[in-house]
Design a binder for this molecule. Structure first.
Ligand code: MSP
Length: 478
């Protein structure tokens, strides 16, 4: 592994295995896959990690409800995540499970280090706990006595815990976030985190005496580590913390943690504070994306509107689903998705736009140039407008830019009417088609991180230098 290459470590949240994946959990995983592919295209040494979060009361309860042992249940659901990601063309370098022995061992080392830091103490906590959130919840946050997100009554807990002195990190976190030493984006999320910190941080409980499904504290085996503390550590354990020192040193700190906007307090406050306590570097950046709604409603099991990404992939293909989710909603914002919207983008942007351009150009090359485009000239590697937008996580904007080029090329064909021109000026038609082929090749290169299969198909046909009739990229769906 040449050390002079720039490294790029990107992560997604690890998903709870209480339920199978849905398009919300697919969102950051697709985005991370796109960025991993883009940075690889740019020649960087990329490590892309995703995985599943398998311990804690929430999972134990879900397993119990299914009449299964927690590990057996976690095995099943975790495999569903891995399968769904594979179907979506997502190729992580590591799929971590928090029940992996390597993770459990790394967490033990981390906990010992945390204890040795002197930042832990024993105390008593009394308060409300929402199992759905796996977090304490304040009385004031309840609506009609229940958690507004999970519609469940929180547990009242009064128990002995180990506490972490989060309070001590208030000043240093505020400073690092404020001056972008630790970057939080979009800006609205940064402001939100800053005002939360400025309102005053409280110490947090990092262990649970009554949760059996978890990793025991090495020095107090009656307690298990609070599932969030353990889950955050996946970002270190997955690249070899305490086991493969060379790999850990190569990739840590993370260049970017992609998370949903619901997870910023954990990733932007608790996580860097824990790392500072054990004297490790803190991540360079956290980017929080928005939430999908379906027909204006929150996605939830109780509303029965959960969409399984596999269903969409089976009908429209992986590339179309990747394209749709990143095109439809600007990455940092909330937005509405539905199958009708997916279908409209599929038939409009993909079949009529890109697909049509590809078949027109290749059909005419076959017809007017006998399929011969000679030694294909590829444009030199550069960061064009679209790739730069993707690089900055403005996926939607980048795609709009590419589709402007597609529309322009389709209009150029309409206007220049090669089917008439060929009768009088065949040389001009040849020049036009070669230019269009070069443009298509360039478009395929730009789109490769988002539409890997389609880009590959386009490139293969053009690179062959001898173009035969090829199947359409996207078959219209009625
Ligand atoms: N296990 C924790 C994360 C631990 S990370 C160290 C967790 N898991 S989760 O499965 O409940 O959700 C993970 C992520 O899924 C959310 O942060 C968010 O990125 C994504 N989404 C879940 N529902 C979503 C939508 N409706 N829309 C977009 N993304 C959503 O929290």
């Amino acid at each position: 592994m040449p050390e002079d290459r720039k490294k790029y470590y990107i992560t997604t949240p690890i998903y709870y295995v209480n339920d199978k994946p849905h398009i919300g959990s697919a969102y950051p995983t697709i985005a991370a896959d796109v960025l991993a592919r883009l940075h690889r295209q740019l020649g960087e040494d990329v490590f892309f990690q995703t995985g599943t979060d398998e311990h804690g009361a929430k999972i134990a309860q879900a397993a119990g409800a299914a009449g299964k042992k927690p590990k057996e249940f976690a095995d099943e659901i975790s495999a569903k995540f891995a399968f769904a990601w594979d179907q979506l063309g997502i190729a992580p370098d590591k799929f971590i499970r928090t029940t992996d022995p390597e993770h459990e061992q790394a967490v033990e080392k981390f906990l010992n280090k945390l204890k040795a830091s002197g930042k832990l103490y024993e105390g008593e906590y009394e308060g409300l706990y929402c199992v759905g959130h796996e977090a304490f919840i304040k009385e004031a946050e309840l609506v009609n006595g229940v958690c507004p997100d999970h519609k469940t009554k929180p547990q009242h807990l009064k128990e002995k815990n180990w506490f972490f002195k989060l309070f001590e990190y208030q000043k240093v976190l505020e400073e690092k976030i404020n001056n972008d030493e630790f970057v939080i984006r979009p800006q609205t999320r940064k402001n939100e985190v800053l005002s939360f910190i400025r309102a005053g941080l409280e110490d947090i409980a990092i262990s649970r005496p009554n949760v059996k499904w978890g990793i025991p504290l090495p020095w107090d085996k009656k307690q298990t580590v609070y599932v969030w503390i353990e889950a955050l550590f996946n970002y270190c354990s997955g690249i070899g913390y305490g086991a493969d020192e060379a790999q850990f040193q190569r990739f840590w700190p993370a260049d970017i943690h992609l998370v949903g906007k619901d997870l910023t307090r954990f990733h932007c406050i608790i996580w860097p504070a824990l790392l500072l306590a054990i004297e490790e570097k803190i991540p360079l950046k956290v980017y929080a994306h928005g939430f999908f709604t379906i027909n204006g409603e929150k996605i939830s099991k109780s509303l029965g509107n959960v969409i399984d990404p596999n269903d969409w992939v089976a009908k429209y293909g992986a590339d179309a689903v990747r394209y749709f989710l990143l095109r439809e909603v600007p990455f940092g914002q909330d937005g509405d998705v539905s199958e009708e919207k997916l279908k409209a983008r599929y038939n409009g942007d993909l079949a009529n736009g890109l697909g049509n351009l590809f078949s027109r150009v290749t059909d005419m090359i076959e017809k007017y140039l006998k399929g011969d485009i000679g030694e294909f000239i590829k444009s030199p590697k550069d960061l064009s407008e679209a790739s730069e937008a993707f690089y900055n996580l403005d996926f939607s904007e980048g795609l709009v830019a590419v589709w402007k080029e597609i529309a322009w090329a389709n209009q150029l064909i309409d206007k220049s009417k090669p089917w008439e021109l060929v009768k009088t000026e065949p040389e001009k038609v040849k020049e036009l088609l070669l230019n269009l082929a070069a443009l298509l090749y360039d478009i395929a290169k730009k789109l490769a991180p988002i539409l890997p299969e389609t880009a590959q198909q386009i490139k293969q046909v053009l690179e062959s230098g001898d173009i035969k009739k090829s199947p359409p990229l996207f078959q219209k769906i009625s």
